[in-house]
Ligand binder design. Sequence first.
Ligand SMILES: Cc1cc2nc3c(=O)[nH]c(=O)nc-3n(C[C@H](O)[C@H](O)[C@H](O)COP(=O)(O)OP(=O)(O)OC[C@H]3O[C@@H](n4cnc5c(N)ncnc54)[C@H](O)[C@@H]3O)c2cc1C
Length: 463
Amino acid sequence: MSVAPPPPGGFEVAVETLIVGAGACGLTAALAAAEAGQEVLVIERDPVPSGSTALSAGLIPAAGTRFQRDRGIDDDDAALFAADLQAKAKGQNPPELVAALARGAGPAVEWLAERHGLNFTVVHDFDYPGHSRRRMHGLPSRAGADLVDALRAACERAGIPIVCGAAVETLFATPEGRIVGVERGDAENSRDRIGCARLILACNGFGGNPEMLARLIPEIAGGIYFGHTGNRGDALDWGAALGAATRHLGAYQGHGNVAHPHGILISWAVITEGGYQVNTAGDRFWNEAQGYSESARAVLAQPEGIAVTVFDARIAAVARQFADFVLAEERGAIRTADSIAALAAQFGLPEAALTATHAEIGGLHGPDRFGRDWAGVPRLQPPFCGVRVTGTLFHTQGGLDITPEGRVKRADGGVFPNLFAAGGAAVGVSGAGDAGYLSGNGLLAAVTMGRIAGMQPVPAADA
Ligand SMILES: Cc1cc2nc3c(=O)[nH]c(=O)nc-3n(C[C@H](O)[C@H](O)[C@H](O)COP(=O)(O)OP(=O)(O)OC[C@H]3O[C@@H](n4cnc5c(N)ncnc54)[C@H](O)[C@@H]3O)c2cc1C
């Protein structure tokens, strides 16, 4: 990936707003820019838009929506949401970015529903750690593949061209940092140049780039990357060449509840509803209530990097709203037994140790030795369920530093005249490491900041 001076021969075509990447961020930005009357083009490396968005559960946190009110949740608002975001990240996020995302998420979700027909509902039957209200919004299947398909269909209805099958490789910029166009190329070395009046980078982070991971987040570089491999840190490469500011490059979302070796995400509902994790010795090893992001590091630190998540049939019924959970059942990843001893046998765990762990939890009515509070948590009942899991990296959360409007900041102060970044290409609101990720921060940044960046006016040529 490179940055070059404006090409002497100019461009074959030019548009007002050019967007790199057709995940949730790029497609949402495209819808917003088109609605603002701009001529838009989206460029996507893959043959069909998918990205990490298609791998996700497609859940977007948003406060104060009509979907929440439909479920009787009428006491949520942007201020409460912002406070939850900052509490999870221990105040490490820029407050103005948090405020913009917390304020913009509800209107973004309602706009996608009303204007573009996305039929969201709010997850109402379990809590996500750190959210003080139930505010995760998803399509009925709770599958990100349906979210990206719905957004692509909305773009098609709006007449927005999405050019697939070739990556943007070079940005053309003036010495002042104004982006005048891009060059994209495919594997057959065919190239074309497209001019633009502004550029939105929606090409996610660097989870698919092992070299960047080893350099910037060595603690997770050895884990399985569970996101889209086409997210190779291109925004950071261009940013470095342009002199852009970055923030929180060590931040990421992990997940320590991915069925192994099946590679299927198991909803964290199995934990929040009363499940727990044990290592191969049958012992618990951490406070699972902290959240799923930091669970990756906790699980990977165990022997073989493996754990077994224990829950029960009632919880399985809750988790079945997720297509991934149903798939995990179909693939035999979820095992069921009438007793804890039989469950231990199914996973080759020491029976006495698992029985003792289970009994200890049964007697708890307050915080345990790891700090997890069991007060009011329903206790597991037979039949019991279990799944062997490992820790994975889902996506990086650091990136180009941006203003609340999605404008990319310069390392030496100020902003670039017509360069925007959002979603995983830009810094999120997950603090500096893995523990600041509040559930849904990925699509919060992709959809909400994508919409905000898309809505911005096209800067004047001499701005
Ligand atoms: C298993 C899993 C589950 C998740 N569940 C959730 C969830 O429920 N809720 C939530 O909020 N977040 C979730 N996340 C995170 C969420 O998926 C991401 O944060 C979000 O999808 C990022 O959106 P995006 O548009 O920025 O990136 P993406 O959806 O990854 O799209 C980026 C696109 O850019 C393209 N691209 C990259 N470089 C170039 C280039 N040079 N030229 C052209 N195209 C390029 C890529 O091919 C890709 O299609 C999950 C992630 C994973 C992996």
